[in-house]
Design a protein around this ligand. Structure first.
Ligand code: CA
Length: 767
């Protein structure tokens, strides 16, 4: 019998070991990146208590109403639990309201007075479950979310308890319905990107009758059961007989109507909080389990990895609902109508075209299909694709990178949506400008005429030019794949080479140019902003995703190109902040990281390390990628080195850990770096697996000695998407010294447009 027990114990251990891999959500820390301020971002994230791509997120709210820094790790008090849709503190929130339990003699509406002390030591933060002890009230709050609803449970002390429903201050409404133990209402608070009449309707269903009700207008209490005002709120009271009594609240919301909010409440069914949390845990594990990491040598790295994968699968937000007939419908932030079909929101393509959307296309193609349908709907409803959606068109950043988001999905084989509309959309967006937003292209006429955006016509002109050129290439490749005639698409191929117009040979860098063809005066390659966007020329000169070979040729060959890449790390972190009139946080994040002028905390340079793969020195990619992963990321509250930005900086980590990265979305290639774990398995939706092994890998053995793909020597620095999704086995031999032979030939270099495209000689252009 004893023996049998011992055997059982062993079996259980083995099972426990297996479960560790089956339950990756245990490694996710939603607080990563929340230790941020205006002046220094370690992510600028908040704990999103939500399902993958959920319509609503919930977050404990430490900041004041309207403060984009809604949860900061060093805060000491919580003033509510906010339903949030905020993509970034810089864009701020919309459709928000909060809920706050209190134990007091009378309801406290004032958000400063009602705030309660809390401790991270009395806080449990999981994507699918959040719990915190509100010390001033002796109330424990628990939350478990679905996509559009959530269950709250307040464990209260004996006596009078209240729940405040704060609908915020830009025109709101609450109604207390005592007979139904219900509070309904709406908030209109937003930060732009919505039409007139935009509302977020909510319904709260309590599990016991109210012993007290009131409403408030700007904090002034009223006994009216209904309040419509600039700042409406409601309070409902409960008398508890003993400490530990619980109040359960089922909450849902809708962008469409109160009735639809009631419909969305059905997501909870009759499930308990535990059951909703368990369903959420399983939902997260389904999404996280597509990438198995089989390497327990450092649990912190598993935590960082799965926390990054969680951040990569929140945005773009599902901005659609399921109506009573079971149909997918959405409120359009573009025209205010309720329309059929999918819609997604809250992403800035300037950030996310780079790695986030390629990650969705590779690992979650069925989600990508819905997203593409959503972008097609955005175009149909507004005449433009968004560049920064939050939730409709906003004015932020530069470029016309929706072209890349659309092209990469189609070129990666995603189908089942209205690609004809999207083809019209990308062509239109390249030749139009939606005023008061950054959708379409600013200065598209001058760009089309001169081949660059002139420095003297608009700010950040060089960044715009470089991105437009890449976007033109994306349109060209999409047009090719769709079989569009040459006369329709050749102009985009020609314009794809426009990056050359801003290359200043005397510096070997990109530079702003005046409309008259002269260089912009007083060039300082260390100047942030000005001709560039949140970066300097050293950061932006690599933004030739589609034609690194063309850039190498401009610089004068591999040796110079490699020296220029090296210089980014060798240079001290000097900067000129005069364009901004002060140190913006992205500059500070470069300055303090001790990586020279490499600025991983912002997006423009995030692909740069992979550029050595094009110029015969892939071991330098292998070195710096691991440095960046080890030094710029962790699984704690300060876990990023700058704004996380809606999955982009996380997706960089996911790809880089897998050992490849989509330097040029749309090219169908991933550029090789080096694997970070001993074994990873990517479970693709088509049923195929990509198995990546690197048994010797360690911080010391960071260099690729050899790589076999499906058993055959693989000496080029890329893999093709079509080969990956057919199922692939990548077996690495890792070593402590660089292999200076492997991947050094010209043939080893990944995709460059100039190798396949020869522009027609000047004067011989086909009509
Ligand atoms: Ca950024």
């Amino acid at each position: 019998m004893k023996k049998r027990i011992a055997f059982l114990g062993f079996a259980m251990l083995a099972v426990a070991g297996l479960r560790a891999i089956d339950d990756p959500v245990q490694y996710v820390n939603p607080l990563v990146g929340s230790h941020s301020t205006h002046s220094l971002s370690t992510g600028n994230t908040y704990p999103a208590i939500a399902l993958p791509w959920g319509m609503n997120f919930w977050t404990p709210q430490t900041g004041k109403m309207g403060d984009g820094w809604c949860y900061t790790y060093d805060a000491e008090q919580i003033r509510g639990f906010k339903q949030t849709h905020q993509p970034s503190p810089w864009m701020n929130d919309y459709a928000m309201f909060n809920i706050m339990p209190e134990a007091s003699d009378a309801p406290i509406y004032d958000e400063n007075k009602r705030a309660s002390w809390f401790s991270h030591k009395a806080e449990v933060s999981k994507p699918h479950y959040y719990k915190v002890y509100l010390a001033d009230y002796d109330i424990t709050t628990e939350i478990a979310p679905t996509s559009r609803a959530a269950i709250f449970r307040f464990t209260c002390p004996e006596g009078k308890n209240f729940v405040i429903v704060d609908a915020f201050d830009r025109g709101s409404y609450v109604k207390v319905i005592p007979g139904e133990n219900k509070v309904v209402g709406y908030t209109t608070r937003n930060s732009g990107g919505v039409p007139e009449g935009f509302k977020n309707y909510f319904v709260l269903q309590f599990d016991r009758p109210f012993t007290y009700t009131s409403t408030a207008d700007e904090g002034k209490e009223s006994k009216n059961l209904e309040m419509k005002s600039k700042h409406a709120a409601a309070a409902v009271g409960f008398q508890t007989a003993k400490r530990g009594e619980q109040i359960n609240v089922r909450v849902a919301s809708s962008f469409i109507s109160i009735e639809q909010a009631e419909q969305n409440l059905k997501e909870l069914g009759s499930k308990t909080l535990e059951e909703i949390a368990e369903a959420g845990r399983q939902e997260w594990n389904k999404v996280l389990n597509v990438i198995d990491v089989d390497d327990n040598s450092d649990v912190d790295r598993l935590r960082t990895f799965y926390s990054c994968l969680y951040r990569s699968t929140l945005f773009p937000r599902s901005f659609y609902e399921i109506n009573a007939k079971g149909e997918v419908v959405h409120y359009s932030p573009y025209n205010g109508q309720v329309l059929p079909g999918y819609l997604f929101a809250d992403t800035g393509f300037w950030d996310t075209f780079r790695a986030l959307f390629p990650l969705v296309n590779l690992m979650y193609p069925s989600m990508s299909q819905k997203m593409q349908e959503g972008w097609a709907n955005a175009y149909k409803e507004s005449g433009f694709l968004p560049e920064w959606s939050a939730p409709g068109h906003r004015a932020c950043m530069v470029g016309n990178n929706s072209a890349s988001v659309v092209a990469d999905a189609y070129l990666k084989g995603i189908r089942g949506y209205d690609i004809d509309a999207l083809w019209e959309a990308v062509k239109h967006g390249a030749n139009a400008d939606l005023p008061r937003t950054t959708s379409g292209r600013k200065q598209w006429q001058t760009y089309n005429r001169l081949g660059y955006v002139p420095y003297d016509s608009i700010n950040e002109s060089a960044a715009r030019t470089l991105e437009y050129a890449f976007d033109d290439w994306s349109i060209y490749k999409l047009g090719q794949a769709l079989g569009k005639p040459e006369k329709e698409i050749n102009v985009y191929a020609e314009h794809a080479m426009n990056y050359k117009n801003l290359f200043d040979k005397s510096y070997n860098l990109m530079r702003g140019k005046l409309a008259n063809g002269e260089w912009a005066p007083n060039f300082n390659p260390f100047k942030w902003g000005d001709a560039f966007t949140e970066g300097n020329s050293w950061h932006y000169s690599w933004s030739v995703f589609h034609d690194p070979q063309g850039l190498i040729d401009l610089m004068g060959g591999n040796d110079t190109f490699n020296r220029m890449l090296d210089s980014v790390f060798i240079l001290p972190p000097i900067f000129d902040d005069s364009y901004y009139g002060g140190v913006i946080h992205e500059i500070r994040e470069m300055q303090i990281m001790n990586m020279g002028n490499y600025a991983h905390g912002n997006q423009p340079i995030q692909h740069m390390i992979y550029m050595y793969a094009y110029s015969g020195q892939p071991w330098k990619s292998q070195y710096w990628l691991r440095e960046t992963m080890n030094r710029m990321y962790n699984a704690h509250a300060d876990g990023y080195c700058g704004d996380e930005d809606n999955g982009q900086t996380s997706a960089w980590y996911i790809f880089t850990a897998m050992g490849f990265y989509p330097v040029c979305p749309g090219s169908g290639e991933y550029v090789l770096g080096a694997p970070y774990f001993k074994k990873m398995t990517l479970h693709l939706e088509n049923g195929k697996d990509v198995v990546i092994t690197a048994p010797q890998q360690s911080d010391e053995n960071r260099y690729v000695g050899a790589l076999k793909v499906n058993g055959a020597e693989h000496n080029v620095n890329y893999v093709k998407h079509t080969d990956l999704i057919a199922g692939m086995k990548m077996d690495y031999t890792m070593q402590a010294q660089p292999n200076r032979q492997r991947g050094t030939s010209a043939e080893a270099a990944p995709y460059s447009f100039s190798k396949e495209y020869k522009p027609a000689a000047k004067g011989k252009k086909k009509k």
